[in-house]
Design a protein around this ligand. Sequence first.
Ligand code: PBG
Length: 323
Amino acid sequence: MAFPIHRPRRLRRTAALREMVRETTLAPSDFIYPLFVVEGRDVRRPIASMPGISNLSLEHAVAEAKQARSLGVPAVLLFGIPNHKDAHGSQAYAREGIVQRAIREIKSAIPDMLVIADVCLCEYTDHGHCGLIEGGHVVNDATLPLLSRMAVTCAQAGADIIAPSDMMDGRISAIRTALDEVKLTEVPILSYAAKYASGFYGPFREAAQSTPQFGDRRGYQMDPANAREALKEVQLDLEEGADMIMVKPALSYLDIIRQVRDRVDVPVVAYNVSAEYSMVKAAAQNGWVDGDRLMLEILTSIKRAGSDLVITYHALEAAKLLG
Ligand code: PBG
């Protein structure tokens, strides 16, 4: 006879009771804030499909990172968008490339801000794919040395964490070996281990100008229908030396976050991607939803699913609300 002995509503009666028994809490220290850095001076170009987010030249990126740090956000994730793109993505691993310069500037202005470098070729190639093209195909093994060079130049510029997002096989071990060869043994790797071929990246591609010029990414990113395969990707990346694991996107993949959390003992990170952000903004602008409330509910659900950290374009506004 559960009822009337048991009444779960007893613990929901007041805000103080609810707060005391709350299982999942959010704090600014849970967030990682992505920044899109472009060349030029005094550029702050709003991204139409991501209200509140802009392409930023270096001085604005530094200011934005400062604001994030002062709100208690511990890390930024950097994407570089070069003026010059070519078939080999050569600006991805240039010592004076836009992302390498951004890393240096942010680290020198705000030494205690963690800088995470997204390592991938798609923002740097003229064809918009994440690897080299041979015979109309994105080739795996020939791409690995380029990703390794990008990782090394970013770490030498001062990046605290290297985050490969290209989904080539074997890149974690290639990057680990390359970092170790130049004595960067202490730089951790956050692997985009379970990264799906997702329609939720649409607005990002406007922000990073990285839309593939032919075909799509289904030949290297994961099929959204697969869960067991995500566990295999995670296991392989851990064996190759990943220090942290990412699941991306977050919201349609909460089950994957949970399964990964239950199987591994390393930090789990989820990427609350561009369209997950844009959908909330668009609905809120129409007056259809309470944007702040949805934002906090979504971020809470991602943590509840088992993520330790959330990469999110909401980082600044959520940190402000959480105070
Ligand atoms: C690839 C990369 C992408 C995102 C992060 N890293 C795009 C892609 O794979 O097409 C997407 C992030 C987002 O949608 O917010 N460098």
